[in-house]
Write a protein that binds this ligand. Sequence first.
Ligand code: ATP
Length: 212
Amino acid sequence: MNNDSMKIPQATAKRLPLYYRFIQNLHSSGKQRVSSAELSEAVKVDSATIRRDFSYFGALGKKGYGYNVSYLLSFFRKTLDQDEVTNVALIGVGNLGTAFLNYNFLKNNNTKIQVAFDVEESKVNTKIGDVPIYHMDDLEKTLADLHVPVAILTIPQTAAQTITDRLVAADIKGILNFTPARLNVPPEIRVHHIDLAIELQSLVYFLKNYPD
Ligand code: ATP
């Protein structure tokens, strides 16, 4: 992200990729403007929040006109660094890891899993999609050679902290953690935690307790 975007609150920053995806679709369908009500309906964020989010980056919608789609698109592209590919490493080529390698993320934005690591000999030196799988012994050297700032963790929980410590020492800046482990990292390292089991449990809890 560039320096201007540093002033955007974190909750707003987290919604930017969501807005970006929708604005891209609008732009490719030839639409030139969009109202906050239309955006709200499409991305399921209330329109007051959208107006506040957009005001942070100077996109001031006009009453009865809405927002200019090209302006929004160029803002998001610049802010989310869409002109630059960010290299990502995936650690742990099990069921979930394999699914991510097949999916990769280029379809959505310019992040690309360039390399994966595992300890299992039968997986090492193979490829999934076009992503090569290396042995964990080669982690530090490979990350340094490829300039990888982001890692996805799809290893067993028990291995998560040890591997995180190695990633931090190898100069990784951000970790997307799919293991249930809560990771200890220095303050300058950013960890986003996605626990699918917890998300599912909380969804079921809400269905039961807040049925309307
Ligand atoms: P699978 O069915 O392939 O075992 P899984 O997702 O059920 O997949 P997990 O036990 O969660 O299996 O392990 C995920 C992957 O992490 C496996 O491919 C495993 O070989 C790998 N793995 C386990 N320990 C480590 C480690 N210390 N470093 C790197 N990879 C590891």
